[in-house]
Structure formats: structure tokens, C-alpha cells
Design a protein around this ligand. Structure first.
Ligand SMILES: [Zn+2]
Length: 249
């Protein structure tokens, strides 16, 4: 089932000028986003997918004349395998000029250590060997001291620490363009991230969603499912859902 998605082209869409969305490919993959620098054509990639979908990403990029060789920076939302495994084939594809990798706290720590059992805990019941991806220690820039990061002259993102789904979860927020890249914190349709994985916590997740519910968001670009240009409504819906659910406990 996983492997049928190996080569299929990722569906993609230009969200706004120089910002592109690449939809997840079937199971255990994630949405990805690319920001293009309109001057030098360098690309910043948000999340890397499950590794099997990397060629699908490259194929999808071609449609918009985006060359994967121009990926110079990779920003991760959190440490889960469906978001980070693609790093390893990506680095192989870009071995002559490896991109800089950015992640927060626990995510950075895990990727630097390159320990297979941390990247794919047994509890997930997934055999990494099936993916045929070799894990190794990476150079990662830890965003834990960064309040914001300028990606291009057009896009600057605040780094918001939003644990609850995992220990290393962050959101990227551009207050100027009202873009939120929340990883697996909130999704469209009133959905929100699971809190039953290692390092997850329901009460922490609620606090983190409350934090992003205070932001002015137009474009909600989550790690799974669809995207929305009614971000405020979508985040508010997720917040209401998790609050009403948690009142039963
Ligand atoms: Zn996740």
C-alpha cells in the first residue's frame, strides 16, 4: 500500500505568488510547502514527507518550473517520520550542495543523533527497513533561540513553540501575509493533532491551539488533509472541538 505512492506525482497548487502546496501522497506522508525567492530562484522546503514520496514531489515541482536542485533550506515542523524521513533521500539527491536544515529543540536533537529507534519508535509499529531508508546523523540548525526567520525578502516567519502533538512541534507564522504552517497541531475541518504518541499531551495541545487561535490567519497550511484560506475560522473550529472533547475527561 505504501509503495504504490512511490513515484506518483504530488498534486500541487500555487497558494499565493511564490508559495506552493504539495499534497500528501496516500498513507503516512505529509503535505509539503515551498517558498521561492523570486530574485535568485532559491527554494525553501517545509517538511520532507516520508521519503518514498520524494520523486513525486520533484515531479510535481516540474509543473511549476521549480528545480529541486535549487532547494537550499529545509524547515521542519516536528520530528515524526512522515515529516522527516524524506530528508535522507533529499540529501542524497542534493549531495553536491546539501541544503541547510532547520528544526526546533527535540526535533533537532533527534535528527542530529541519527538514532533509528528515536526517529521511528517501536510504538508506531512501523518497520523502517520497509522504507529502505538509511538513517544517519545530520547537521541541523536548532531554531530554539530564533524568534523569527527571514526566508526571502517577501516571507518572514515567526517561530512559535507549540508542543502537545510532539515535544519538538513548532508553527511557522507570517503575520504580514497571515500564513500559518502548523505542522500537525491543527488541520482543516475542526481536526487537530493526535496526542497519544511519545511526548504528546492533551492539555499541552489545547494550550498550543489556544495560542494560535489568537493569531490572525488567512492561509492555514497544515501537515495533513487540505489547506484553507479561511484560517481564522478553521483554527477556531479546531479549538472549539478540542475544548468540547476535553470537557468529557
Ligand atoms: Zn506528527
Amino acid at each position: 500500500m505504501f509503495f504504490s505512492s512511490r513515484e506518483s506525482e504530488k498534486k500541487c497548487k500555487e497558494v499565493i505568488k511564490n508559495l506552493y502546496y504539495f499534497a500528501e501522497n496516500q498513507m503516512l506522508d505529509c503535505n509539503q510547502y515551498i517558498i521561492k525567492d523570486s530574485i535568485n530562484h532559491k527554494l525553501a522546503l517545509f517538511d520532507t514527507g516520508n521519503g518514498l514520496s520524494i520523486n513525486g514531489l520533484f515531479k510535481g515541482m516540474e509543473k511549476f518550473n521549480l528545480d529541486y536542485q535549487n532547494i537550499t533550506k529545509v524547515f521542519l515542523t516536528h520530528e515524526h517520520i512522515d515529516h522527516v524521513l524524506g530528508l535522507y533521500p533529499l540529501l542524497k539527491a542534493l549531495k553536491n550542495k546539501p541544503p541547510e536544515i532547520y528544526a526546533y529543540g527535540e526535533t533537532a536533537k533527534i535528527l542530529k543523533a541519527g538514532n533509528k529507534s528515536q526517529i521511528c519508535p517501536d510504538i508506531l509499529g512501523i518497520n523502517l527497513d520497509l522504507f529502505g531508508i538509511e538513517i544517519f546523523p545530520l547537521n541541523v540548525n536548532d531554531l530554539n533561540n530564533s524568534k523569527e526567520i527571514e526566508i526571502t525578502s517577501e516571507f518572514t516567519f515567526q517561530i512559535l513553540y507549540t508542543p502537545g502533538h510532539s515535544l519538538g512541534s513548532i508553527c511557522y507564522y507570517d503575520s504580514n501575509k497571515k500564513i500559518l504552517i502548523p505542522g500537525d497541531l491543527v488541520f482543516t475541518g475542526g481536526n487537530f493533532g493526535r496526542y497519544d504518541f511519545p511526548g504528546g499531551s492533551l492539555s499541552t495541545l489545547i494550550n498550543s491551539i489556544e495560542k494560535v487561535n489568537d493569531l490572525d490567519v488567512k492561509y492555514l497550511l497544515p501537515g495533513h488533509m487540505g489547506i484553507s484560506d479561511k484560517g481564522n475560522q478553521q483554527v477556531a473550529l479546531s479549538y472549539r472541538m478540542i475544548k468540547s472533547m476535553s470537557s468529557f475527561y
